[in-house]
Design a protein around this ligand. Structure first.
Ligand SMILES: CC(C)(COP(=O)(O)OP(=O)(O)OC[C@H]1O[C@@H](n2cnc3c(N)ncnc32)[C@H](O)[C@@H]1OP(=O)(O)O)[C@@H](O)C(=O)NCCC(=O)NCCS
Length: 173
């Protein structure tokens, strides 16, 4: 793996414009898998999520430049369990992929919010499925098989990893 200088920061409302720009890139990535249309002004707007008071948002920096983000919210979208953390959104800039940045960000989030987690992956997102298999196995200390379940918010089938990270998270393996 390339050596990256990584920093994870809990976002504040002042970071909203930065997050909005990253969300547009995230939406553009998803436009390949979902039928997301570009706006009339030439931007991509995410379909679904907008920052609410219950959301925990982190920004990832590589060499002090924005490189990704994660959003987590309490409450399962699968079975309604109120105590379960849901990984709502997760993104690493293309330039920094396959260098361990995603693993670093996921570990930082799980360390800060201990408990049971749902990580949901839409059917066509094969890359994310490969990533989460690895990240979840590292965190749980065992392989976790995703189940096929219905997202109660949009009625769509998703692959869901439900697991509890073992504490503390394992170092890079
Ligand atoms: C999925 C995503 C977050 C992965 O981030 P990343 O920083 O590239 O992941 P890492 O470098 O930490 O990958 C760690 C391991 O996960 C697995 N992995 C990562 N990307 C993978 C891919 N495209 N296909 C298969 N396995 C993959 C590999 O085991 C990898 O280790 P390796 O590179 O030594 O083989 C990134 O591709 C992304 O932002 N995609 C677009 C948004 C998205 O799909 N978000 C997830 C929504 S559920």
């Amino acid at each position: 793996m390339r050596e990256l200088r990584l920093r994870v920061v809990k976002a504040s409302r002042d970071d909203a414009p930065l997050l909005e720009n990253l969300l547009a890139l995230y939406a553009y990535d998803f436009s390949e898998m979902l039928a997301l249309e570009i706006s009339a002004d030439g931007s991509y707007v995410p379909d679904g999520w907008s920052w609410s008071a219950e959301d925990h948002v982190w920004l990832l920096y590589v060499d002090d430049r924005p490189a990704g983000f994660a959003v987590a919210t309490r409450g399962s979208l699968i079975d309604g369990r109120p105590d379960v953390w849901d990984m709502r959104e997760f993104f690493i800039l293309r330039r920094h992929r396959r260098a361990g940045a995603g693993l670093h960000l996921a570990r930082a989030v799980w360390e800060q919010l201990p408990g049971v987690w749902d990580v949901r992956v839409i059917e066509p997102n094969v890359a994310a499925l490969g990533f989460w298999r690895r990240a979840v196995a590292d965190a749980a200390g065992r392989a976790v098989a995703p189940t096929l379940a219905v997202n109660t918010r949009n009625g769509k089938s998703e692959r869901v990893f439900r697991f509890e990270p073992s504490s503390p998270s394992r170092p890079d393996g």
